[in-house]
Ligand binder design. Sequence first.
Ligand SMILES: Nc1ncnc2c1ncn2[C@@H]1O[C@H](COP(=O)(O)OP(=O)(O)O)[C@@H](O)[C@H]1O
Ligand SMILES: [Mg+2]
Length: 367
Amino acid sequence: MFLRRLTLQNFRNHTETDLTFKSKLIFFIGNNGEGKTNILESISILSLLKSFRESDEDQVLKWDSDFTFLRAEFESRGEDFLFEYGIQKQGIKRKRIKINGEVIKKVADSIGFFKSVILCPPDLAIIEAGNQERRKFIDSFISSHNQTYLQNIIEYQRLLKQRNSALKKENPSVQEIEIWNEPLVERDAQIRKERQKIISELSIYFSKNLSTLSNGKDNFDIFYKPNVSSEQEHREKLIKNLKKDMAIGYTSCGSHRDDIPIGTQERDLSHFGSQGQKRSAVIAMKTASFQWTKENTGEAPVLLIDDIIRELDVKRREYFVELISGCDQAFFTTTDLEGIKDYIGSLDFEREIYEIESGSVKRRIEL
Ligand SMILES: Nc1ncnc2c1ncn2[C@@H]1O[C@H](COP(=O)(O)OP(=O)(O)O)[C@@H](O)[C@H]1O
Ligand SMILES: [Mg+2]
């Protein structure tokens, strides 16, 4: 993957930013709040079709502006792609995505073209905040290369919402609740199968990475504990829990309650891990997703590395340099030039440095 050109219009604090990239390593330097992460956020939208840090997509529109527009030219396996993404506040069609000039009708159809892996401070939540964040991470990872999975997730959530609103009604009939059971069971089985497969594949990379990062000290793994383990069990549980579900107004079993333990079989890192172990686990996990993608698609994702240099000690920095060597292109943010050396050590790849101030970006000419 290689991003050649990126244009932002009214995206966060960028009124008009137009950048052409020729190097493997791209650095954005600036003080806090100048608009560095905003650029990485815009690049991540090319992969996820949504922001990695925002669930309300209207928030990315520049304040007081009624539209935002992203345009990107990138190369994937020798082929050129043009990606356009626009959100209009008024008008009939709010959001519009085009790939190579063609309008995309379903969001799922635009997934998988631009591959990226982001590393940023909020990632720590994957380890610390428990299963909901872990499901979110795994779902977004699988969805980034598997459109069927994304459709199953969207459909499962829709069905769940329907069943829950039936449960919340006053005196609902059993029939109007149970009508959702079988469709949920079907989607759940497909989601479970895919989560099972990906987690067991990721775990191989994860535990190896973590062992390298800790000089063999941290022997942790990632596991999958589905809430129901078969379609039959799911059917039975939905029926058994009916009274309870009616009392709480919520469906209490299914893949929205799956656990993804990280640590050992008995204990979870979120409970016993030191800050350093948790940080290593995050890096090991993100690197695992990078390695998985590279091996399974034959193409390295673009790395988006947001301001995590201060969190890395010497060992983790060495590890980082190796990760960076294995990609085609990496984008970094840091507050000062020192940060560059800290990120890449003595790596001698072509690089470009940009300075950002109040959403305006200038190339820094290196002497
Ligand atoms: N929708 C928006 N419109 C205009 N400015 C915004 C919007 N959202 C955030 N900002 C501004 O963007 C800046 C934060 O940008 P960010 O890229 O996170 O900074 P940093 O350089 O520290 O990574 C802040 O000054 C914030 O006020
Ligand atoms: Mg930032």
